[in-house]
Ligand binder design. Structure first.
Ligand code: IPE
Ligand code: IPE
Ligand code: MG
Length: 264
């Protein structure tokens, strides 16, 4: 009996999740949440499974977190799925990671369409295998007219590469005489990044206990609130997402000023 009660206590019933969602929604919801989805390999290692099993399990978390982000009225959810540095991994793992967008989208695209989610991507798609690029492009095309949550995958994304490319584009504008050197300011740089059309992230979440950015959105995160959790990505669930947003709602964002008000 006691054992049953204890077991019951650890399960978060749907109704309590719904109450928390209502509560969180009554306060300030971050417009853009960016997540460094980390810890898939360790999740698998702990179960004596190959690393790729962790990546596969992580896909289910992507589905869960997309749904709750949509329910909460978050405008943009950027998910760091593959970095420009991840090419250093074993070929077998890279091949598996490159197949995941296709598998994820072939399973969940109808659901994303039904939820009015718009799929987008940042990163250099030139180096992606054809099948990966095709799957993402198909999803982008089929959701292009949706105006709900933007589900933005950072795929072969590296912030330094993005900034270097932006510098090249701006230099070309100057060389063509389209702009003068004095026209180069912060907003011009922002509007030439891959995220030009998106609001800057308000909240960055990184799972798995690592406390670093790993070349993710270095420019865009200048004033984001950071939330780090030891939970591994495959174990990150709706309750973890609500924890991060509640933490965000308690923060006092001052943006360099002194008149910070509680962020609620
Ligand atoms: C994150 O999990 C997924 C990607 C980087 C693609 P990891 O594969 O980095 O998992 P850990 O950090 O080795 O546990
Ligand atoms: C960052 O995770 C990249 C993604 C989540 C896609 P990594 O696991 O590659 O980062 P490091 O190597 O720990 O810095
Ligand atoms: Mg990692």
């Amino acid at each position: 009996m006691l054992e049953r009660l204890l077991r019951k206590k650890t399960v978060v019933p749907d109704s309590s999740l719904a109450d928390r969602i209502t509560d969180v929604k009554s306060r300030n919801i971050p417009a853009h949440v960016a997540i460094i989805m980390d810890g898939n390999g360790r999740w698998a290692n702990r179960r004596n499974l190959p690393r790729v099993a962790g990546h596969h399990e992580g896909m289910k978390t992507v589905r869960k977190i997309t749904r709750i982000a949509n329910d909460l009225g978050i405008q943009v959810l950027t998910l760091y799925a593959f970095s420009t540095e991840n090419w250093k991994r074993p070929k077998l793992e890279i091949d598996f990671l490159m197949k995941l967008p296709g598998e994820f989208l072939s399973t969940y695209l109808p659901e994303l369409i039904e939820q009015n989610v718009k799929v987008e991507m940042i990163g250099n798609s030139d180096l992606l295998p054809k099948h990966t690029k095709k799957a993402i492009e198909k999803a982008m095309k089929e959701t292009a007219h949706n105006d709900g949550l933007v589900l933005n995958f950072a795929m072969n994304y590296g912030s330094r590469l993005e900034i270097a490319e932006t510098v090249k584009d701006i230099v070309a504008l100057v060389a063509d005489g389209a702009i003068a050197v004095d026209d180069i300011d912060e907003s011009l740089i922002s509007s030439n990044l891959m995220t030009a059309h998106l609001p800057e992230p308000d909240l960055l979440i990184r799972t798995s206990g690592e406390v670093r950015l790993s070349n993710f959105m270095l420019w865009q995160l200048a004033y984001a609130e950071f939330s780090f959790t030891d939970v591994l990505w495959p174990d990150f669930d709706e309750a973890c997402m609500l924890n991060a947003i509640e933490e965000f709602q308690m923060r006092n964002r001052r943006f360099g000023s002194v008149e910070g008000e509680k962020n609620v």
